[in-house]
Design a protein around this ligand. Structure first.
Ligand SMILES: Cc1cc2nc3c(=O)[nH]c(=O)nc-3n(C[C@H](O)[C@H](O)[C@H](O)COP(=O)(O)OP(=O)(O)OC[C@H]3O[C@@H](n4cnc5c(N)ncnc54)[C@H](O)[C@@H]3O)c2cc1C
Length: 285
């Protein structure tokens, strides 16, 4: 197996163009598991950890542009204020060791329906920046992920970054697992409030073949919330929001949980996170 270790982004793109079968690796927290279990025998491995360009984040036309190689630990420490939902999700990933190595770029590359970084990206209409020696394209994350562990990245492309608006209001992320830490989500839910636009973004994780936006639930609750008077949300509206989120689920039954449990649990998460986020908005935080 060839091992490529470029020092710059340009060189990494040239290696990928010349060796499209080389598997990119950053934290290796998914790739190494596959190699160790012999699930994958690639012709080459393309180590991106020496490429400084993808380990930076900054502002890009009013949004944040976060390099594919920014680890969960750094997202929590450096972007907790601007991306609270993604930081909450990052805190639930694995253990400190996994968060020190693992990246959102790797979560996108794996495209698991249970990837914890994905619901916050979906709920905020994030875009993925894909680059090859031929050029750059930015596509909505909803179009980037096409199925369980499938995405639209071409063999000559690499993920450079994701682009995401910074929080304009409260955000939440909640996850159910079979224990409190080091756990793949049984189901999860990400929520963002946009008070200025009177909009809500809601995304289910691990409850369908890909993360999925709960569009009907969003529209329903946007029509109910009293953004100016900041009135409390009634129990029946919270219940209906949860129900509509449950209807957006199309989960499977597996070792982690049954389809019926996932549908029920994700609607409970939706109700709770909406209450927490709205109460935060009411308090003016
Ligand atoms: C013990 C353990 C616990 C875990 N817990 C969680 C958890 O709670 N939640 C969760 O969501 N995940 C969890 N994971 C999975 C994993 O940590 C995450 O998916 C993580 O985000 C992967 O990031 P990475 O940088 O390590 O990716 P890698 O393993 O390096 O790569 C993952 C995939 O992305 C591709 N890739 C990486 N970078 C790029 C790039 N720049 N361009 C193109 N392709 C790229 C790789 O080729 C590969 O297909 C866990 C893993 C382990 C081993």
């Amino acid at each position: 197996m060839e091992f490529y270790s470029p020092d710059s982004w340009r060189e990494a793109l040239e290696v990928k163009a010349a060796h499209p079968d080389a598997v990119p690796i950053f934290g290796g927290t998914d790739v190494m598991v596959d190699l160790n279990f012999d699930r994958e025998r690639p012709g080459g491995v393309l180590d991106l950890t020496r490429v400084p360009e993808i380990q930076e984040w900054g502002h890009d036309n009013g949004r944040l542009r976060v390099g594919a190689g920014v680890t969960y630990t750094r997202i929590i420490a450096e972007l907790g204020e601007e991306l609270p939902g993604l930081a909450m999700a990052s805190r639930t990933v694995g253990s400190p060791q996994i968060r020190n190595r693992g990246t959102v770029g790797g979560n996108l590359g794996t495209a698991s329906p249970a990837g914890d970084a994905l619901p916050p990206l979906y709920a905020s209409d994030a875009e993925v920046e894909l680059v090859s020696t031929g050029g750059t394209r930015r596509i909505p994350v909803t179009e980037f992920i096409t199925g369980p562990k499938r995405n639209t990245m071409r063999p000559d492309e690499l993920i450079a970054a994701f682009l995401i608006p910074k929080a304009e209001g409260p955000q939440q992320y909640s996850k159910i697992g079979t224990r409190n830490a080091m756990v793949i989500a049984v189901c999860a839910f990400g929520l963002v409030l946009h008070p200025e636009q009177r909009k809500v973004g809601a995304c289910l994780g691990s409850a369908a073949p890909t993360p999925v936006r709960a569009r009907e639930a969003e529209e329903f609750i946007e029509g109910v919330l009293e953004w100016d008077s900041r009135e409390e949300i009634g129990e029946s509206a919270l219940g209906r929001f949860g129900e509509l989120v449950g209807e957006a689920a199309s989960p499977i039954s597996d070792v982690r949980g049954t389809a019926a449990y996932r549908t029920h649990a994700v609607s409970v998460l939706a109700r709770r996170t909406l209450k927490w986020a709205w109460d935060e908005y009411r308090r003016g935080e």
